[in-house]
Design a binder for this molecule. Sequence first.
Ligand code: 0RA
Length: 644
Amino acid sequence: MTDTKLSKYTAADIQVLEGLEAVRRRPSMYIGSTDERGLHHLVYEIVDNSIDEAMAGFCSRIDIVIKPDGSVVVTDNGRGIPTDTHPRTGKSALETVMTYLHAGGKFDNQAYKVSGGLHGVGAAVVNALSSNMWVEVRRDKKLYRQEYERGKATGPMKAVSNGITETGTTTGFTPDTEIFAETGFDFTTLAERFREMAFLTKAIWISFRDERPSAGLRTGIAREINYYFEGGIKSFVQRLNKDRRAVHEPFYMERGAEGSVVEVAIQYNDSFTEHTFAFANCIHTIDGGTHLTGFRSALTRVLNDSARKQKILKENDANLSGEDVREGLVAVISVKLPEPQFEGQTKTRLGNAEMKGIVESAMGDELSTWLEEHPSDARRIIEKCLTAARAREAARKARDLVIKKGVLDDSILPGKLADCSERNPEVRELYLVEGASAGGTAKEGRDRRFQAILPLRGKILNVEKARPDKMLAHEEIKAIITALGAGFGEDFDPLKLRYHRIIIMTDADVDGAHIRTLLLTFFYRYMPALIEHGHLYIAQPPLFSAKNRKDVRWFYTEKDKDSYLAKLKDGKGIAIQRYKGLGEMNPGQLWETTMDPAVRTVLQVNCEDAMVADLVFSQLMGEEVFHRKRFIQSHYDKVRNLDI
Ligand code: 0RA
């Protein structure tokens, strides 16, 4: 209901009550876009209002239903939108909220509402962009109702029943097909957002049901899901650590400061990677911002102080670095502030300068108290950071040695590499091939002018479970780094790449998928720029062949094979073969089906958009992992852009 613009107006005590024509004229101004993203935004707007009511302490459950006709109904058990007459419009407060942009009065009370800037544009905007909308309010023992069409009330608000004991608000709307090209909601997209909302709002119950006839049929999955996390973000970190060994009980704090609220939950595990998620007003700020900066500096400072106090760090020891204190860290930071400023191209970085100090001091105080009150947890955490520091030092030495010895020097290319003759990196391709035998086939089948082959033997190291020194000791990883010639980690320089297309070619089976995942993890963690610049690809070998005496046909999906078979009048003499391993093809076939640029399809691995973090996020949350893995394994032939 309130957005940043409004709060500025009210500060100057100007009330702007505008009709909704502007919203229909330029919808993107209010919801970002009119594609699927904007469409789903409508639902978030309505649910956000109920979340705000929960944050104010008056609402404990929210029910969201996609109705069989494709409309959405959101019900909460809050106080109910007020129904008394609004002094400026002479209409009910409900109608004012629903039919005027930036409806004011008590609704823009900042102490009550902290909505997400761009995202807080509210129910009126949804109303303007819906062909039909209705609201029911349960309040003062009555049930009130009003209906709207494309933002205009079709009649006054009416009390339709008496003797109502509950309170709350129910909103139903049908997105307008005049505005949205696509009006079908995606269950998973909505469910993931609701899960996030549930984690970020302590003890809220969110129930989500899809009643569309197609919902359950297509997938066989029951389309109803309920979220409830007693401990909010504390449950969140515990959940993130579900499949790891936690080092201690979670640290959790919540504190109000200068009109904002800071919430932090931390739990270290025994892995070597960091997973930190920062939110501002329930919006996942994947590019971080001032709240994250404040958090990090408090963490480093407080752990160093504590380590000195406990004499785990001796006088002559160097301080723990930011990297040291983040190894194995799982953390969630959630801030709520009245006027959030989101920066960057995707508006996913918090810009409010004051948040750095607010988070730093709130978190600093709370964490140092907690460490004092939990001495054994404190000791375990600090010992872990110290181990990280020592390992990092050892890794640095190992790396210096490795560099000195020239092991990573590109003048000494790995022996297994079959390089190409072309000199221009832009046209050079490197195939990373699973297995020595498939590697051999690829070497024979390739165009040696511009295609190089690096066979990889056995499993790739899971980099999440290994420190950089271990990683460098791993032959396959070392071979990849050397062959690419552009360094790794902070030193990675895409300008030095010896190939501009790096193509992962693995078998179409579970092992192949696993190796691919490990390789993607490695590139994502140690050469993210490689992915960002679009250099990483996945080859797509066929799954089936159909042979008769004269020729061979290849199929990349089960469906293509089946429809070919169905069209055949006479299937006699046709031999269908399922290809599992690359090694089952001869060099000519491998070239023809998978490597020839004129006919092959390769999937470009893409992490430019924010989805990467989002997926890491979802994968860590567990639930969807199985489905995603299956998705990647069985449908990767249909995806052109694969996000990792
Ligand atoms: C302002 C004041 C009051 C309730 C709400 C807003 C409210 C809005 C929405 C939107 C969806 N669900 C909601 N629930 C509550 C109540 C003021 C009072 O009762 O004193």
